[in-house]
Design a protein around this ligand. Sequence first.
Ligand code: VGL
Ligand code: ZN
Length: 196
Amino acid sequence: MHALVVIDVQNDFCPGGALAVPGGDEVVAAINDMMGEFDAVVVTQDWHPAGHSSFASSQTGKAPFETVEMPYGQQILWPDHCVQGSRGAELHSDLRADADLILRKGFRPGIDSYSAFFENDRTTPTGLEGYLRNRGIDRVTLAGLATDFCVHYSAVDAAELGFHVAVRQDACRAIDMDNSLAAALGAMRGAGVALI
Ligand code: VGL
Ligand code: ZN
């Protein structure tokens, strides 16, 4: 059984949003076209409380895109984005609304969660692994935003959990800061993810 996991296609990651990914809205049509090909469709939503610790505005003397040392390791600081209940946190309005599950992540004030499987401490599960296994899923295809952060961490985690994993690069877009896209592609390849 094969699931499509659509990562963070939200207004804040699209042009005009708080953490806009170049061409972010261009993934919507490709994802809508793919959705019918899968046994299950999961959509994730980055879902931060106001004042989340990954926001530069919550850390004194820090600007967006600087890094900070958290109890769980290095964390990039972001502009305020995907605040629970805000328009920026809503899924893109053209994205098909018939997904089976909407999984929210990043809701713990003190931990960011790039991956749809584990938070950035790399140990706190989101529950997605259990959901997929319960439904008999053994293959996962990923698409969405951003290739070098949430898609990357989700793909590597899925591969390490033993799923067969593919990333549809035509249906992803990257932030690409400090060579992060090339690094992410290398890490995904190294984990056995098929980049298609
Ligand atoms: C993301 C940075 C912060 C993503 C989410 O969806 O790739 N990136 N929060
Ligand atoms: Zn976020």
